[in-house]
Write a protein that binds this ligand. Sequence first.
Ligand code: NDP
Length: 247
Amino acid sequence: MRLVNKVALVTGGARGIGREIALLFAREGADIVIGDVNLQEAEKTCRDIEALGRKALSVELDVTSFLRVEAAINKILDKFTKIDILVNNAGITKDGLILRMSEPDWDAVIAVNLKGTFNCIKAASKVMIKQRSGKIVNIASIIGIIGNPGQANYSASKAGIIALTKTSAKELASRNININAVAPGFIQTEMTAKLPDELKQKMLGAIPLNKFGTPGDVANLCLFLVSEESSYITGQTIIVDGGMVMV
Ligand code: NDP
């Protein structure tokens, strides 16, 4: 087990990719905090973590508010006294072509995906700096690298996360904090289930490994990035997409 005695906060960890990351980290020995707007689902995930023999805490958390993020971090410190790992996974889409994209849809996606990631890095790194150690993984997307029609807000938020990863990695490296980004391709979750079948078939044709990814594929990469095995890696964006984008 690679994460024994570690405490990990996974934002948006109630379901989808975040839930899979939380369960894998728990199987590797970590105690887990699920920070999510969906408290009911977060509690279900926590019960599954406890069934693995680990401690779990669900915290109602809207990452768009720095004050709420700070309050959540304090709750975590009350229970666990430290935070070793942060996975910034909470993310939303509100797609539309630029000419039709409303200001609220632009703002909402930037607020959750980009500002939310900043808020959590800011609050958690304060704790990690005192600890003189920490691992942060930001969930970006290949769309933040290649762009995608209909996803101006989403692609900009994810490209912003990639740049934020580099800057925060440079700022915090001297405090023994590693920060990396993961850029998934098409992963089968509720977020992608709503896409039209025709589009899914088109995307499948562009994936050299000829299959969609699973939340487990993303979780495995995150596990590597929060384990000691990746201690000489920081500021990087690693793609997990079946070969769809090769840079
Ligand atoms: P899901 O929509 O399945 O899960 C996202 C979770 O985040 C949900 O529990 C959601 O709550 C929660 N959430 C939403 N807004 C907030 C908020 N303001 N504060 C805290 N939690 C919030 O998404 P996925 O698992 O598919 O995606 C996870 C991450 O991976 C996202 O960042 C996404 O952009 C990224 N990604 C996904 C890909 C894919 O193919 N699925 C590809 C590339 C990247 P609620 O249930 O209430 O909405």
